[in-house]
Design a protein around this ligand. Sequence first.
Ligand code: FCA
Length: 352
Amino acid sequence: MLFPRTLRTFCTFCTFRTFQTFPIVRALKVLAFGASLACLPLSSAHAAQDDVTIGFIVKKPEQAWFINEQQAATQLGEKKGFEVVTLSGVDGQEVLSAIDNLHSQGAQGFVICPPDVRLGPVIKRRAEQYDMKVVTVDDRFLNAEGEPLQDIPHLGMSGYKIGQQVGNALAEQIEARGWNMDDVAALRITNYELPTAKERTDGATDALLNAGFKKDNIFDAPQQNTDTSSAFAAASPVLSKRGGFKHWVIFALNEESVLGGVRASEQYGLASEDVIGVGINGSGAAFAEFSRENPTGFFGTVAVSSTMHGRDSAQNLYNWITSGEKPQANTQTTGTLMTRDNWKQVREELDL
Ligand code: FCA
């Protein structure tokens, strides 16, 4: 085994050297360098309309919300005649190589939902090195002081308001079912590292408290991530520890996490009628749950158009690249409560 590999390395080296010193190749390299110099002003001026490539990097490429966002951006690109390269960025390392990859494809910018908002300054710096424009979608970059990076245009949910819609939906259901507030506990699946998550769970908490929910009956289940399995892992011990309650309401930053809580309640042995879970997003995860023959504890979700998030963030970036018009600093979107009864109609209305 050793010999062939050494031989191969040696041959590659010889071929490379020979290739490098061959006069025609050298001449071609000079020409290529000249051509790239001639192209240089293009990258600093506004790109020609038919020559635009943008990236769309997401933190959870397997989740329906992000699949839909990337698809909507791709479709817009096909319609408008620019290329959208969809990439996964599950951690800092992957995001940085995605940006390198985009640069090698000649992209002029990218939309990103970062895996960790504190990576903002690093991502911004890498983009600047390549003279690329950046806009964030869903989760907004933070600086070292924990403040939003104001100069990076952002499009995301109006988190607190949408959280209030969740809390109101839960309170209405508690009332509709005639439950006594003393018997109801709330499983609040939290992610306080992520401001978009905190805004949403704060909004839901305040709405519940306003409706007369008991503060002492709210129990936190801090999740490490924003997906179903981390929510399940966070929820299970809380349910076992607080076994004394007849009924539970469940809320979190998104429906994937609420589903984790609902699955944990099933495993713990709670009947579906004793659980009300209300999520946020309105994506494939919720549609699958509403399509089950027997209702589960997942009552509803506040749906926001991921199609619009994907399309508008890509459009904003495209406009910025082609006409120099910088998108507004912070665009906030609204939501609609989606339940088993209306999900197909809301899905259509939101173009999902
Ligand atoms: C965050 C959540 C996603 C989605 C998005 C708008 O990134 O993790 O599920 O709610 O905000």
